[in-house]
Design a protein around this ligand. Structure first.
Ligand SMILES: Cc1ncc(COP(=O)(O)O)c(C=O)c1O
Length: 360
């Protein structure tokens, strides 16, 4: 079998280790997974209830148009139903956008480090990744705008950014959007949107209402706690959505995901509980990290980017694994840890402190 060169060059996505696998490998129990930015409080209880009811109907194909979910969400967001697209996770929507709007040789601008899936999908479509390093851990929108050419078809902005948890402000986005010509689609990935507390967080819906070429991505995988069901959505003007719909598989969102998402949307209580857990966990981790002089980047999401001095992130990752704590190494000196439940955060900090004491 001959694999084309542009596919050979793709570095496969490495998912976080499942807890069961780690425990089996290490011969341990009670480990905690803080590697994939999932909701540590679990799915909404309302979603769990509806899922049990739906199981006997699994012999049927799902509603290919997500009719009820579309209506529920368009009502909540005060937009037209045709301005929404649902996907098998927001990952699928990234893929649909690239397959729809970018052809071989076209360019996509993105930051680094940012969500690792963007460059993989662009490369798989034979596009050119134009990478702009973060500035002070945030998207450098000025430099990103300066890289726009006639070949630029897509610009990715993760806001908040993964792995740094940083945001871009209203003023920065306003100035950036002024420089983006028609024909380049700005994808604002807001997977962690619901966690943001910063008052100057950019309002991407404003550009959508101005009928700009923008695709806003949101997901049910993070604050809604439905990562295992794979469901996310895109918001864009109806013509952008209509084009993307042409390349979408007819039954791309499964029926359980649709039902659970409708219930999760209604569950304000679960959302508020999750936000509280996150805010408290964030404060705890900030305090404890400061107390052992480990630096981190303040976050607007449900994870923290931790910066070590020694270029030994992989070693720390492995040492933490041995203690039953799964985090995500992000670079030679950086790890990303998801904010967990109080006991999980404590276990992470206790393990980190132990490892630090042994090493020094
Ligand atoms: C910035 C960002 N975008 C998108 C996703 C994908 O989420 P989904 O589970 O909806 O595919 C993630 C998941 O980690 C993410 O961090």
């Amino acid at each position: 079998m001959h694999t084309p060169e542009h596919i050979k060059g793709i570095k496969p996505y490495v998912p976080g280790k499942p807890v069961e696998e780690l425990e089996r490998e290490m011969g341990i129990t009670d480990s905690v997974k803080l590697a994939s930015n999932e909701n540590p409080a679990g799915p909404s209880p309302l979603a769990i209830k509806i899922l049990c009811k739906e199981v006997p109907d699994l012999n049927r194909y799902p509603d290919g148009n997500c009719y009820y979910l579309r209506n529920a969400l368009s009502g909540k967001l005060q937009i037209n139903p045709e301005e929404l697209l649902f996907g098998n996770g927001s990952n699928e929507i990234i893929e649909l956008a690239v397959r729809t709007f970018l052809v071989a040789g076209d360019e996509a601008i993105m930051a680094h480090p940012s969500f690792v899936v963007y460059p993989m999908i662009v490369q798989a479509a034979k596009g050119r990744n134009i990478i702009v390093p973060l500035k002070n851990h945030r998207h450098d929108l000025e430099t990103m705008a300066s890289k726009i050419t006639k070949k630029t078809k897509i610009i990715f902005i993760a806001n908040p950014n993964n792995p740094t948890g940083t945001i871009n402000t209203k003023a920065e986005m306003d100035s950036f959007m002024e420089k983006v010509p028609e024909g380049a689609l700005v994808i604002v990935d807001e997977a962690y949107y619901e966690y943001v507390t910063a008052p100057d967080y950019a309002d991407s819906m404003k550009y959508f209402r101005q009928d700009r070429d923008i695709l806003i991505l949101r997901t049910f995988s993070k604050i809604y706690g439905l990562a295992g069901l794979r469901i996310g959505y895109g918001i864009a003007n109806a013509s952008v959505i209509a084009e993307m719909n042409k390349v979408r598989q007819p039954f791309n969102v499964n029926s359980l995901a649709q039902k659970a998402a409708i219930s999760a949307l209604k569950d304000e209580k679960h959302l508020e509980k999750t936000k509280k857990i996150n805010e408290r966990g964030k404060k705890y981790l900030y305090d404890k990290l400061k107390s052992i002089k480990i630096s981190y980047v303040p976050t607007e999401a449900n994870f923290i980017y931790i910066k070590l001095k020694d270029g030994k992130a992989i070693q720390l990752y492995n040492d933490l694994l041995k203690q039953g704590v799964i985090v995500r190494p992000m670079g030679p000196s950086e790890i990303r840890v998801t904010i967990g439940l109080p006991g999980e955060n404590r276990k992470f900090m206790d393990s980190l402190r132990k490892i630090k004491q042994i090493k020094s």
